[in-house]
Design a protein around this ligand. Sequence first.
Ligand SMILES: Nc1nc2c(ncn2[C@@H]2O[C@H](COP(=O)(O)OP(=O)(O)O)[C@@H](O)[C@H]2O)c(=O)[nH]1
Ligand SMILES: [Mg+2]
Length: 717
Amino acid sequence: MKTYQTGNIRNVVLLGSSKSGKTTLAEAMMFEGKVIDRRGTIEAKNTVSDNTEVEQIYQRSIYSTPLYTEFMDNKLNIIDTPGQDDFVGGVIAGFKVADAGIMIVNATQGVEVGTEIFARYAEQHKMPLVVGVNQLDSEKAAWDTTVDSLKQAFGNKVVPVQFPVAVGPGFDGFVDVLKQKFYRFKDENGTREDLEIPAEYADQAEEYRLALMEAAAQNDEELMEKYFETNDLTFPEMIKGLNLGILAGSVMPVFCLSAKKDIGVKRLMEFVINATPSPAKDVEVTVDGTEVPCDSSKETALFFYRTSVEQHLGEVSYFKVMSGKLTEGMDLVNPVTGAKERVTQIYAVAGKKKEKVSEMMAGDLGCTVKLKTVKTNQTLAVPSVDWEFKSIDFPQSKFRTAIKAKDEKDEEKLGEALNKYSAEDPTIEVLYAKELKQTIISGQGEHHINILKWHLNNVYKLEVELFAPRISYRETITKVATASYRHKKQSGGAGQFGEVHLLIEPFVEGAPQNNRFKIDGKEMVLNIKGKEEYTMDWGGKLEYYNCIVGGAIDARFMPAILKGIMEKMEEGPLTGSYARDIRVYVYDGKMHPVDSNEISFKLASRNAFKEAFRNAGPKIMEPIFNVEILVPSDCMGDVMSDLQNRRAMIEGMSSVKGFEVLKARVPLAELYKYSTTLSSLTSGRATFTMEYAEYSQVPADVQDKLLKAYQEEEGDE
Ligand SMILES: Nc1nc2c(ncn2[C@@H]2O[C@H](COP(=O)(O)OP(=O)(O)O)[C@@H](O)[C@H]2O)c(=O)[nH]1
Ligand SMILES: [Mg+2]
């Protein structure tokens, strides 16, 4: 393959609902570019893009696949993506390295859930979109309704550049009003005749042309003037206007396709090359704000957007050349870790097929093998620069579950497998929750986690169990209480003796120090001699006051007393959860001249604290999350009533473009598998985010249940 200069590269992401035909289109694009000499099909399980076993079993894309084709002296790098929200990670990684998206819409369905969801992601990432209406050869294909559904979803920026003639099984051509041609196809291999627009379509063509011209003109004042004066724009002027509009997100041009019959594929590629930007204008801003232009004459730097383990190759690292020129054998450095790497081989990638090249210019996408340390989101650059490119902004996870190996002996193997898997799929997070004593995995949805499970079963040969994670409850108190405890043991040898009297009250941020308390109607005044303040690892505070008078307890025992309290806070008296936000005043006690030691005082304070805690109006607190849900207006009722069953507090509602934005506060305990429920309530059309907000008291009935459960568990032991 020849070396492509930055200006002759286009990086695009294929987007759209599942089964709209992205993978089939990618196949046709590579066929047209002669990267492959025959097209595979989804049915025959031999496409370049869906090439993993799990994808062939499920017959759909799960991973994003980097591909390329060569057309009109340009290299078109294509990221084929899966059409499901669960696998959005690959789409977001694609946005990081691409300059435009091609949104594929199925002409038998019109705009679908996936279309809406991925258009929303594209908008968030400021990704310009070109639309291809595919499957126009299908029995049930409908052009007008599909275009209407696009206009309804995305408004006036939707402008067809073409319209088909004879939609359905007889679909063999379309009129292109930008090129002013009628393209007719003679076979299913893209062989086409370029004809004059037939007279019977002249009026329709003129109507489309005017609409397109107007859309092109509105993006530039000069063009607008010219258009008003002459009522006409030349071809280059149209391209210029459309280019500006696409970039600004104010024009979404629409094309006709049958990916399966290779109709419209060449023309779409031609347009992408003419009207979407090359990486030459890209400027990437590093973590510390340095602007790095995509210029092949500057210092070499690579950004790694994906890694995977592949048959025969081992670890494969996918990169974009962000700056400079990459040549075979180049020595580069990770500016953050200092790790040195040699890029011994460079490949252009078309799925499994890897074509060796000797160099690559800024803007191009490729892969290499046998790097020692590089992970997704990392940078390699020549030693003279310290650029660190910003990480891919993966969406927050939406589905959380606990996992364990069915056979305890496999726990370590499971840990290793999970680490490997999450390195390949950064939208899977793995965490060992010390507090819960559980391994928690999170991802984008239940299906996402099920695919992970498939890998654990089939690739790593591990049997695992998924179950609801424990909740990190907290315990605290609501009023003042006192307690005393004497620890005494005198059975031969050295004895043990320690007695502690303490008072506890709730700690409230900012509340003034206090030394007068009322206990059972009696006033109690303490003589505060020392104060220590601790922030607990799990949140909240402990304030520890020494109020001992008359040497009732030696100062040397005070740390042991504190230790006893700390231990009990780590394993709270109610349910064994962490306790927080408590003030403890140690005001009296007793010592024994011989038998008192640290252990005795620790045990005495532990028990005194436990008793005081239970008398101080103890409460269990639970984590509450802020949940923001984007719901289609017609599903609002179902989503609301489901939320009510989850003890949610609705905080607000607002509407945007046919969607309602619902804000609520929901206890984490009620959010297990929420993404699955939400998806089934809305046929997959809603999305949500969740974020920790605060701890709040559980209602009395829930507290009773938790106390009972803990007592039973304790009883079992
Ligand atoms: N009739 C027809 N079927 C198509 C066309 N494009 C794709 N398909 C079929 O639609 C299904 C989904 O295609 P695929 O490329 O996997 O879609 P993806 O999920 O968007 O990647 C497959 O059965 C394809 O054979 C097309 O242009 N016409
Ligand atoms: Mg696909």
